[in-house]
Design a protein around this ligand. Structure first.
Ligand code: HEC
Ligand code: HEC
Ligand code: HEC
Length: 430
């Protein structure tokens, strides 16, 4: 190529680059919404605030926006993502460190478009992929609830993300690809309850945030809704016909599980599902029913009816296969889980009904043994101590292999050692 041609080509490429950057910046650019004087209690009516409280319980806002033992909504909780650590912000009406000077319009834009009041893009850890699908009236109700809480002065720690992801304008590109603003419209032919449940699950409940697999850019795979995902080192099981529980789910079973954190024929809501169920225990009863109606319709499959299935207990075979696991179980676990243990007489699920022991992957069973059942999640149920510090990794592996063999008819797990290492490493991190 002649020199002039090369120069021309180069400048054309540069021009295209500049143009591309300009177009990108134009998309990335979001204006600041002016600060305003904080609204007063009298600006909102009690019924709206009340509705806001119900939606906040379904949306888990407190779960993420509250640090351990910190004041509600004041932020500071660290969220570990594959891309680094993010901190949920202070959403109390404090003027300097919270959202005290945010208008309702600024709040709606943050929840729906993931843009902060000052025009900065927000990370999708705030589940705006879901919140973008809810109505204005519902967002305004949450705004009313938040603006009428006590302000808390508390600065949010700086995020620690792998470069260059700390550069927020990049999020504009992510949104262009993955953020779809499709409101949840009623489906004709389905009941009002089902439609209400779908609206809550797809919107505030953001159940797909954990139960739908994510692509490498961290976005939910829209083609595989509720096919099962990973959340904080736990498996969020599929909420469709691929679900592995011994008994198929019914509306009542889903309702009990969500409302009380336990269903005797499916087990316990542990790990990251614990706070979700805890939130739903304070949500309006008919909303939780509606969620159960919709979720049970997703989970529908053939199988033995609840109550018709005798518990699996292959004690002799399992003891032969895993003698060390059997001895450890007798010593450390049987006082609670063994036949005739007082706990079992109180309507607890047999371990053979617990989904963690039927799952394809040992992750949740190992997590349960390592971390137990924390008091905060046990609610009205009994506690289970963590065994991550008192048993060695090899003992945890032995016990879990024994549980699988004794309480399930499915094949042995292969990924057991890796799962134990992963769960123990995650526990050691601050
Ligand atoms: C899964 C955790 C999670 C849940 C659930 C969640 N948030 Fe957040 N939220 C975050 C994180 C993390 C950020 C900060 C994102 C960033 O720094 O870009 C955030 C940011 C925000 C912001 C922007 C604040 C600012 O100063 O820019 C608002 C407003 C907000 N959340 C409100 C809510 C409300 C209301 C709910 C419940 C309906 C909710 N969030 C539920 C994690 C969560
Ligand atoms: C923060 C992540 C997260 C969110 C959000 C979440 N889940 Fe879960 N869910 C989990 C995990 C993890 C488990 C497995 C718990 C266990 O094994 O103890 C689970 C378990 C379940 C189960 C039991 C499945 C089985 O096979 O045992 C149901 C039903 C369920 N979730 C429904 C929901 C619904 C409905 C929502 C929305 C209102 C929701 N989840 C939101 C993480 C989540
Ligand atoms: C002090 C009583 C107690 C002891 C000791 C105990 N557990 Fe538990 N365990 C519980 C309770 C309570 C639950 C939750 C209700 C249920 O599912 O039965 C539970 C649940 C489980 C689950 C199901 C978790 C889920 O996701 O549904 C597994 C698996 C389990 N325990 C294994 C063990 C093993 C293994 C040991 C011994 C190393 C052990 N437990 C010792 C009380 C105990």
């Amino acid at each position: 190529m002649k020199r002039r041609a090369v120069l021309a080509a180069l400048s054309a490429a540069a021009a295209a680059g500049v143009l591309g950057s300009l177009v990108f910046l134009a998309i990335a650019w979001q204006t600041e919404i002016p600060a305003m004087a904080p609204p007063k209690l009298a600006d909102f009516d009690a019924a709206t605030i009340h509705r806001g409280a119900a939606l906040v319980a379904i949306g888990d806002c407190v779960v993420c926006h509250t640090a351990e033992r910190g004041p509600a909504f004041a932020g500071g909780r660290a969220l570990e993502t594959p891309f680094g650590t993010l901190y949920a912000t202070n959403i109390t009406p404090d003027q300097r460190t919270g959202i005290g000077n945010w208008s309702a319009a600024a709040f709606r834009r943050a929840m729906r478009d993931g843009v902060s009041r000052d025009g900065e893009h927000l990370y999708p850890a705030l589940p705006y992929e879901h919140f973008t699908r809810v109505t204005d009236a519902d967002l305004d109700a949450i705004y009313a609830l938040l603006m009428t809480r006590g302000p808390v002065l508390q600065k949010t720690p700086e995020n620690r993300l792998i470069p260059p992801l700390g550069f927020r304008p990049l999020l504009a590109g992510w949104k262009l690809l993955f953020l779809h603003e499709d409101p949840v419209l009623p489906v004709t032919g389905q009941s009002d309850e089902w439609n209400r449940g779908r609206y809550l699950v797809e919107g505030f409940g953001h159940c797909g945030g954990c139960h739908t697999p994510r692509n490498i850019a961290g976005s939910e795979e829209r083609g595989k809704p509720f096919a099962g995902g990973i959340a904080e080192g736990w498996d969020a099981p599929p909420l469709n016909a691929a679900n592995r529980t011994a008994h198929p789910w019914t509306v009542d079973a889903v309702y009990r599980y969500l409302r009380t954190g336990m269903d005797a024929e499916h087990g316990i809501a542990n790990g990251p599902m614990g706070p979700v169920a805890h939130g739903l225990s304070g949500a309006p009863d008919d909303d939780v029913r509606s969620i159960a109606v919709y979720v049970a319709s997703l989970l529908e499959r053939d199988g033995p009816k609840a109550g018709s299935l005798p518990p699996v207990d292959r004690e002799a075979e399992a003891t032969r296969e895993h003698p060390e696991g059997a001895a450890l179980f007798a010593g450390a676990c049987a006082t609670c889980h063994g036949p005739g243990a007082p706990m079992m007489a109180q309507g607890r699920p047999s371990l053979s009904f617990v989904s963690a022991l039927q799952a394809d992957h040992p992750r949740n069973a190992v997590q349960a043994v390592v971390n137990g059942l924390p008091a905060a999640q046990a609610g009205r149920t009994a506690l289970m101590p963590p065994f991550g510090d008192s048993l060695t990794s090899s003992q945890i592996g032995q016990i879990t292999a024994y549980l699988r063999s004794r309480y399930s008819e499915r094949q042995p797990w292969t990924a057991l050692e890796d799962s134990v290492e992963e769960a123990l490493n995650a526990k050691e991190q601050p």
